[in-house]
Design a protein around this ligand. Structure first.
Ligand code: TXA
Ligand code: MG
Length: 322
C-alpha cells in the first residue's frame, strides 16, 4: 500500500527514512517534475525503480543530494562545476561529471557509465527529505517509461496506482513550479554540452561561465545521453507541431491568440500572453488533458525557439516523434 503525505512532520520524515533504508521507493515533488526516488547506494532500490517505470536498464538515473558538498563527494567536480552549483543549486540544473573511485552510488543507477548525473533540487519538500534522511536519492521522473512526465501527485497515482508494494509513499507538494525536467549539462569534455535543454538556458549558463556552451544536436547523441530517445513524453493520440491550421476533430494546444478550430473540439492555451515560463509550467498537464480518444489528434501552435522555448520545443518534438 502507498501512503500519501501532504505535509511532513518529524515523524513522517522518520517513516520516509525507514522506507528508503528498506529499499522501498517514494514519489516526491521537485521544482521540475515529480520524481520516483530510491536509495542511490542500494542496488535493490535501483532495480525497483527500473522495474516500476518499465525503464530500459541502459538509461541512467539522476542522483539528488541535499547539498553541493554531498554531491561533490561522489563525483570529480571541476571549477566549472563549483561555479555552476554556486549559481544554480538548489535548482533545475543537472551536472554530468566523472564518478570518483570512492563513489558509493549503485553502478546500476549510472547504467555502468563512468559518469554520474547529479543535482540539488529546489523544492522545499524534496530538500527537507534529503536533509533529514541524509540519503542521496536516485530519481527519474515518476511516470511509466516514454509517457508524459508528472507535474502533480495525481499524475503519479494515475501512473502507478496506490496498491504497489514497491511504492511506499507519495508526497503531495502541489503542482510543480517549472513543469519541465532539469537542464542536463555534460562537463566531462572540453566544452560544456547541453544534453537536455531546460528552464536554465544556454544563455544563463554562458553568462556564468563566459565560455562556449555546445548543445547535443552538434554531437552524436547516442553515446552521451543514453536516455534521450527520440520518442518520449508521448500522448496516446497523434500530435502535430508548428501548425498553422487546425484540422476538423483535432484538439488545439494554443500559444498566444488561438487559431480557429472546427466542430467538436477543445482548446487549452499554454500562455495567452505568450509567456514562455507559463507555457513550460502548463505543457505536460495540458498535453495530458487533451490526450483523449474523442479527438483525432492534438495540434500545437508554434512556439519561439529561444530561451525556455528551446526546451519546450525539444519535448514537443519528442512527443510528436513516431
Ligand atoms: O528534473 C529532472 O531532472 C527530473 C527530476 C525528478 O529531478 N528527473 C528526470 O529524470 O527527468 P529522468 O530519468 O526522467 O531523466 C534523466 C535523464 C535521462 O535522459 C538520462 O539518460 C540522463 O538523464 N542521464 C542520467 N545519467 C546520465 C549520465 N551519466 N550521462 C548522460 N546522461 C545521463
Ligand atoms: Mg523522464
Amino acid at each position: 500500500m502507498t501512503t500519501i503525505y501532504s505535509d511532513l512532520t518529524k515523524k513522517d520524515l522518520g517513516v520516509l527514512q525507514e522506507l528508503l533504508t528498506k529499499d522501498l521507493l517514494i514519489a516526491l515533488p521537485t521544482e521540475t517534475v515529480y520524481g520516483l526516488a530510491g536509495h542511490a547506494f542500494h542496488d535493490r532500490a535501483i532495480v525497483k525503480i527500473y522495474e516500476l517505470k518499465g525503464r530500459p536498464s541502459f538509461n541512467p538515473l539522476i542522483i539528488h543530494f541535499a547539498t553541493a558538498d554531498s554531491a561533490f563527494n561522489q563525483v570529480v567536480a571541476s571549477d566549472t562545476a563549483h561555479k555552476l552549483a554556486e549559481a544554480f543549486w538548489p535548482g533545475p540544473l543537472t551536472l554530468v561529471l566523472p564518478r570518483k573511485d570512492s563513489c558509493q552510488v549503485s553502478h546500476l543507477a549510472s547504467a555502468g557509465l563512468e559518469t554520474l548525473a547529479v543535482r540539488v533540487p529546489g523544492h522545499p519538500m524534496a530538500l527537507e527529505i534529503l536533509e533529514y534522511t541524509k540519503i542521496p536519492l536516485a530519481a527519474p521522473s515518476a511516470n511509466l517509461s516514454e509517457s508524459i512526465s508528472p507535474t502533480c501527485a495525481q499524475d503519479v497515482i494515475d501512473n502507478f496506482g496506490l496498491a504497489d508494494d514497491r511504492l511506499g509513499a507519495i508526497i503531495d507538494g502541489g503542482a510543480c513550479d517549472q513543469g519541465l525536467e532539469s537542464t542536463i549539462l555534460d562537463l566531462t569534455s572540453e566544452n560544456p554540452v547541453i544534453l537536455r535543454p531546460g528552464v536554465i538556458t544556454r544563455d544563463m549558463i554562458r553568462a556564468v561561465l563566459g565560455t562556449e556552451i555546445l548543445s547535443s544536436d552538434h554531437l552524436s547523441l547516442t553515446i552521451k545521453a543514453p536516455g534521450q530517445m527520440k520518442r518520449h513524453y508521448a500522448p496516446k493520440i497523434p500530435l502535430r507541431i508548428n501548425v498553422k491550421e487546425v484540422l476538423p476533430g483535432e484538439a488545439l494546444l494554443a500559444f498566444g491568440p488561438p487559431l480557429e478550430t472546427h466542430g467538436f473540439t477543445m482548446t487549452l492555451n499554454l500562455s495567452q500572453s505568450r509567456d514562455l515560463s507559463e507555457a513550460a509550467a502548463n505543457l505536460f498537464a495540458y498535453l495530458r488533458a487533451l490526450d483523449q480518444k474523442a479527438f483525432r489528434g492534438i495540434a500545437v501552435m508554434s512556439i519561439p525557439d529561444e530561451g525556455i522555448g528551446v526546451a519546450i520545443n525539444d519535448r514537443l518534438r519528442r512527443a510528436a516523434a513516431k
